[in-house]
Write a protein of this length. Structure first.
Length: 250
């Protein structure tokens, strides 16, 4: 069941982030995390299509989810891939069902403790820009209200990508998509540097990066570029206490 209060806070927070020259990757990272907080899902991620049509991982709620998203692309099968190609929602797929539609992905996701998959296309008019992917540890139907709420969040993500009239300008939209995908590469490089320097896992490294950007009113991608180019001392980044061990939701 969707957490209505958290959904409202999420909508407000996302709207607050949609300002001039906003960071698409930061907004989509926020979206992925809030899906887990507000909806009955355990992990979420966003894939976007490049101007050439190839999908790439842009944001995820955890490193485990990012790895599974990457596996989808390598295996060329999975909920996000299907939702993007069909332009239709893919919900309530039991990953443990024999003879499933994505045997390799389902086996890999099941081994990580997930029981069902749900993905919603991010559409603009007749064009599908990507997909919002959500995984749950349990099987069973994902409620209608949760699906509607998730679709609303996916629509906000789409609006974020086509902000500033990019929707009416194919060249501008392609530039926005390319910038978002390139930004994600820089963020992964920065996470790797922070992880190597501090011993933190990749999830914690990302939280350090995002926390410092927010505390100092910096764009996430700009800070990540400084870290990746070794133009900033890792030790100067604001520290965060190690995350508490999460309580199982199943």
């Amino acid at each position: 069941m969707a957490d209505q209060a958290m959904l409202v806070r999420t909508l407000v927070e996302l709207a607050d982030n949609l300002v001039d020259d906003f960071d698409v990757v930061e907004v989509l990272s926020l979206l992925s995390g809030r899906c887990v907080d507000a909806l009955d899902v355990n992990a979420a991620g966003v894939m976007l299509a490049s101007p050439t049509g190839s999908l790439q991982v842009v944001a995820s709620s955890s490193e485990t989810m990012r790895t599974l998203e990457m596996f989808q692309l390598q295996a060329d099968e999975g909920p996000c891939v299907e939702a993007y190609r069909s332009g239709q929602p893919v919900v309530n797929v039991d990953l443990g069902a024999t003879g499933g539609r994505w045997p390799r992905f389902a086996s890999h996701a099941s081994s990580e403790g997930f029981g069902s998959a749900h993905s919603l296309p991010m559409r603009l008019r007749q064009r599908t820009l990507g997909a919002l992917n959500m995984l749950r540890t349990q099987t069973g139907a994902f409620g209608t209200a949760d699906i509607a709420a998730a679709q609303a969040l996916a629509d906000i993500a789409t609006i974020a990508i086509v902000q500033h009239q990019a929707a009416d300008d194919a060249q501008a939209l392609n530039s926005q998509l390319s910038a978002a995908l390139n930004s994600r590469i820089v963020i992964e490089q920065a996470k790797g540097r922070i992880s190597e320097a501090t011993g933190a896992d990749m999830d914690h490294a990302f939280r350090i990066l995002r926390n410092h950007a927010r505390n100092h009113n910096l764009r996430l991608t700009a800070l990540a570029d400084q870290v990746a180019q070794r133009n900033i001392d890792i030790g100067s980044l604001d520290t965060l206490p190690p995350p508490r061990r999460p309580t199982a939701r199943w």
